[in-house]
Structure formats: C-alpha cells, structure tokens
Design a protein around this ligand. Structure first.
Ligand code: FE
Length: 234
C-alpha cells in the first residue's frame, strides 16, 4: 500500500464539541460529513480516547463549528493537540450555548451545527456518530473554509495522533534518522521550527540547547503546543 494515497482525500477542519453536566470540551476534527439532507444528518468519527467522545456518548448531543482559513494556530493547537482532561479549552475561547446545551465554538468559525445523536457505530479505535441537525447558523459569509489540504500545505501540519487520518511517522516510507543535539524540530500544529542554534530565549531556552534538553513543560512559542507535539526534521 502506498499510504500517500490517503493524502489525496479532501477534508475540512472543524471543531466538534460536547458537554457533560459540569464541563465543556471540544477537539479539532477533519472527519465531519453531511450524510443526508432529509432529515439533515451529519456523521463525525471520534477517537475513543477523546474526552469529547465520552461527553457525546453520555449527552447524546454535539456541535460542529466550520473553521475559517485564517483560524488562529493557537486555537487549532488548543483544540487539536491538547487534552480537555488537563485544561478547560473553553475558558478563553469565544463560544455560545446551543438549544440543547452543547457548547458551540464561534471564534474563527464560518458556520455551526448542533446535533442530537441518532446512531453510533463502533469502528474499533473510533466511534462514528450520526447526528440529526437541530439547529445551525452562518457566522461569516466572506471568509473561506479551512481545508485539511490547505492546513497541511500552508501550515505544514500533520494530523493529531487521535485523528482517523493520523499516520504513524514510523510507518512512512521516508527514512527518519535518530534525533541528536543539532537536529531542528518542527511543531506539528503550527509549523514553528525549533533550532538549537537559536534556542527560545524568550521562553527561557538559551541558544545551544538541544531539543532533548528542553524542560518538558516548555511549549511552542507560537501556538502553545506541548513539547511532545514536535517532530524531528530530517
Ligand atoms: Fe506551534
């Protein structure tokens, strides 16, 4: 199999959100599709490890925000590469509450949909939820939707590990060499490159610091992604 074939599929970039009684959570998804128009239904594929998946299974409702092409990298990093188990992603994110009570991200969104779960299918690593649209609105008629292809090309970003389209770099044909102290590392969320020769002085990392020697609590100076979201450049 030539796994590059999978990169020829086209997708959008969305934030799928849900809540339980006391918390809200959401994550970046590229697998959201309209599957019927009468009634209007959407399908979303959610990793079983995602906190949002737990919330959708319990509440039987979710929202989908269609993100614009200029979506802030920090917002993508927050919802795409960090866990709601560690922080409240909605604390500083503009959002509204829908008629079902689902949180709906409005920040950098073109449109949103609110759904009630009609069906779910166990896909092994993921659950496919079929949701009936109970409400929706258009927020921005001028901007373009962000596509996954654009995100990959322009941002040089890779799928988060829980994405249905994530491919383990170890399985790629490209040979990767082991990290060492002179290797540059790239943020998978925003494409920022950490160069040991430069360091990150504003983040307290002096020039000459190998990536491996950076403290684990250091985050990407551009988007806030954590250190484990960096990949060695080959
Ligand atoms: Fe980053």
């Amino acid at each position: 199999m030539n796994i590059e074939s999978f990169f020829r599929f086209t997708y959008g970039i969305y934030i799928v959100s849900s809540s339980d009684r006391s918390s809200k959570n959401g994550y970046v998804s590229n697998t959201v599709f309209q599957v019927t128009s009468e009634p209007p239904q959407l399908a979303v594929s959610c990793h079983k490890n995602n906190l949002t998946t737990d919330f959708i299974r319990k509440s039987r409702k979710f929202s989908v925000s269609v993100m614009n092409q200029n979506t802030d990298s920090a917002l993508i990093a927050l919802f795409g590469y960090r866990s709601g188990r560690d922080e409240n992603k909605f604390a500083a994110t503009r959002h509204i509450s829908g008629k079902t009570g689902s949180p709906i991200v409005t920040q950098d969104a073109l449109a949103w949909f609110e759904c009630e779960v009609e069906n779910e299918f166990d896909l092994g690593s993921h659950i496919l939820f079929i949701g009936k649209v109970v409400d929706c609105d258009l927020l921005d008629e001028t901007n373009k939707p962000m596509t996954y292809a654009w995100y990959r090309e322009v941002k040089k970003a890779l799928s988060p590990k829980n994405s249905p389209t994530y491919i383990d770099p170890a399985k790629k044909k490209k040979e990767s060499s082991p990290a060492n102290s002179t290797k540059r590392h790239q943020c998978l969320a925003c494409s920022f490159i950490y160069d040991p020769a430069v360091g990150d002085p504003e983040g307290g990392i002096p020039p000459g610091t190998a990536f491996e020697d950076i403290p684990d609590d250091w985050v990407c100076p551009v988007c806030g992604a954590t250190k484990d979201m960096f990949e060695v450049m080959v």
